[in-house]
Unconditional design. Structure first.
Length: 345
């Protein structure tokens, strides 16, 4: 089985050792380059830059340790196997400081050498595939018909694709470094700042929003925005990835209607499970006995709407209630589910 190694440099001045290497590796690696001294090795390396080099320490003109040092300084990702005939601790420390990846003592064990190269072949193969994926993904993002951008936790643009010309009326390099609101109308700017603050407070906020926004030039866009948050190990927000999909006004309105109907459906469902009556009284809520009994509260105690949201409503439902705030404060409602209000139980 051939190895996923395009080329290999062997630096060795002993003909018998060179022949041994070729016998072991010639059917595994197509392109094997041989240098018989340090000077020749550096010249060849600068021409071909192979990913792997097998270097004998005791070679003429420039010794193997110096060759390895030069290669590691200029081509840090090159994998170097250093071959030596002596087990000298001082030499080993020098080689480690240089960054040599592997040591082997003469005479070479063919099986051990092949195992080392097979492992490195797998690493190279995976890294090439990862690079190809990264290039393909970058090409996809860069040429996408959607506006795709990354902002930091303060709203400053770290990356944006070519669609910045359509939405922001500037090239990507002109947009990067600016605050996202720089390119929005005043109304859309306020909306964007408000939503950014909500994301900061609760990084687990909705992954998708529907919004109408107006750019600085007055052009209106109806969009669905898919949001992906990147957090650090402590759960702090670092970056926000935004995928902005332009839709027609008709499609936008259809989505909004579906969402409203979905919210109404949720309200109807939770009403069936455990209802109680909240009555507006001087901006306070008067709940049924059931509510006061659950929480062991005095029935004469009046609860403000904000107290109710903060102290009794589960976090998952707070956004839902806030969206219905006006309706709740202007009429009698029956909708609270037992596990919705039992925040501290």
């Amino acid at each position: 089985m051939s190895l996923y190694i395009n080329s290999l440099l062997i630096v060795e001045d002993d003909k018998e050792c060179i022949d041994n290497y070729l016998n072991i590796l010639s059917n595994k690696i197509k392109n094997i380059i041989v240098a018989t001294n340090g000077e020749e090795a550096l010249h060849i390396f600068n021409l071909h830059t192979p990913k792997i080099a097998i270097i004998d320490v005791d070679i003429p003109i420039i010794n193997g340790l110096q060759v390895a040092k030069y290669i590691k300084e200029k081509y840090t990702d090159t994998y170097i196997i250093l071959i030596t005939g002596h087990d000298d601790k001082n030499f080993l420390f020098d080689a480690i400081n240089i960054g040599v990846d592997k040591f082997m003592l003469k005479p070479i064990n063919p099986k051990m050498l092949l195992n080392i190269l097979e492992r490195q072949s797998t690493i190279l193969k995976n890294s090439i595939h990862d690079l190809e994926k990264e290039i393909n993904f970058y090409h996809f993002v860069e040429n996408a018909k959607n506006l795709m951008l990354q902002i930091d936790s303060h709203g400053y643009i770290k990356y944006v694709n070519k669609m910045s010309k359509v939405y922001f009326l500037v090239n990507p390099d002109e947009a990067i470094g600016n605050h996202i609101t720089t390119f929005l109308s005043q109304e859309s700017r306020v909306k964007a700042e408000r939503y950014l603050e909500k994301i900061k407070i609760n990084p687990n906020i909705n992954q998708q929003i529907e919004s109408k926004f107006v750019n600085k030039d007055g052009k209106v866009f109806y969009v669905i925005v898919f949001i992906n948050k990147i957090l650090d190990n402590f759960g702090n927000l670092i970056y926000i990835n935004l995928n902005v999909n332009d839709v027609t006004e008709l499609k936008f309105n259809e989505i909004k209607v579906k969402k409203i109907n979905h919210d109404i459906s949720i309200e109807q469902q939770i009403a069936k499970i455990c209802s109680f009556e909240c009555i507006l009284k001087d901006k306070s809520l008067k709940a049924s006995k059931n509510f006061y009994n659950i929480f062991g509260l005095d029935e004469d105690k009046e609860i403000t709407f904000d107290d109710f949201i903060t102290n009794f409503v589960h976090q998952n439902y707070q956004d839902f209630l806030l969206r219905h705030r006006e309706g709740i404060l202007t009429r009698k409602v029956e909708f609270i589910k037992i596990d919705l209000v039992m925040k501290h139980s």
